[in-house]
Ligand binder design. Structure first.
Ligand SMILES: N[C@@H](CCC(=O)N[C@@H](CS)C(=O)NCC(=O)O)C(=O)O
Length: 225
């Protein structure tokens, strides 16, 4: 593994929604990102050196401490590369969009991907038999909450014509749900504003960054410089 270049390095795995959010945000800014691909079931020791939490995404930038938490990485990106802006200029609307971005992370993305994780890696001993179905039903219910929210502004995105980080946060679910859980499509189709929004998110050229995969970093590999 080579010494660190000036290109920011993201610890990631391709199906991680929160790492995907960061990959899309960098793509929206037109910036390069070096991807270090981990296997979610076998995390390299270096990841825990960077953050004892051991979760991805983590961003390494020369001369700065490692940054974890996808939203915080996106804020660093916005601070250091303000163009094109990924928050509305108006402080009131910006606050509104930030609040929904957090809600989408915590209620839409978390429920959907926790359901997928349980499907892929197995349930906890005290989980109910239908835990995945319960989590996915919760995700669809939370999407229904967004119907009147999306109706507040004219335009394809949460803030209307302005595409923001709140939209970026919803892109992993918008992109994965039809292919991974076709049985949920009918319920989402019954939500016209959400369906139109999801279609607009899937149409962004930067949605391709959700599939981006880096060179694999194995558990036993030496710590990169
Ligand atoms: N709030 C964190 C969530 C990070 C997170 O949950 N990452 C997942 C992948 S999407 C992870 O690494 N999980 C590891 C685990 O559960 O062991 C963020 O937004 O970055």
């Amino acid at each position: 593994m080579s010494a660190m270049s000036d290109t920011p390095r993201l610890w990631t795995f391709s199906t991680s929604p929160f790492a995907g959010k960061v990959r899309v945000a960098f793509a929206e800014k037109g910036l390069e990102l070096e991807l270090h691909e981990i296997h979610p079931a076998s995390r390299p020791a270096r990841l825990r050196e960077l953050t004892p939490i051991g979760r991805v995404p983590v961003l390494e930038v020369p001369g700065a401490p490692p940054i974890f938490e996808s939203s915080v990485i996106c804020e660093w990106l916005e601070d250091t590369h303000p163009e094109p802006p990924l928050w509305p200029a108006d402080p009131g609307l910006r606050g509104w969009a930030r609040a929904w971005a957090k809600w989408i992370d915590d209620h839409v993305t978390a429920n959907y991907f926790l359901g997928m994780r349980k499907l892929a890696f197995g349930k906890a001993p005290d989980d109910p038999e239908d835990i995945t179905e319960q989590l996915h039903a919760k995700c669809v219910k939370r999407l229904a909450t967004l119907e009147p929210v999306l109706a507040q502004h004219d335009g394809p995105y949460l803030c209307g014509d302005a595409f923001t980080l709140a939209d970026v946060g919803a892109m992993p679910v918008a992109a994965r749900l039809p292919a991974w859980t076709p049985h949920l499509v009918e319920a989402v189709d019954a939500l016209p504003a959400v369906s139109a929004w999801f279609a607009a998110l899937r149409d962004r050229p930067t949605a391709a960054a959700l599939d981006a995969k880096g060179d694999p970093v194995h558990r036993a590999e030496p710590t990169p410089a």
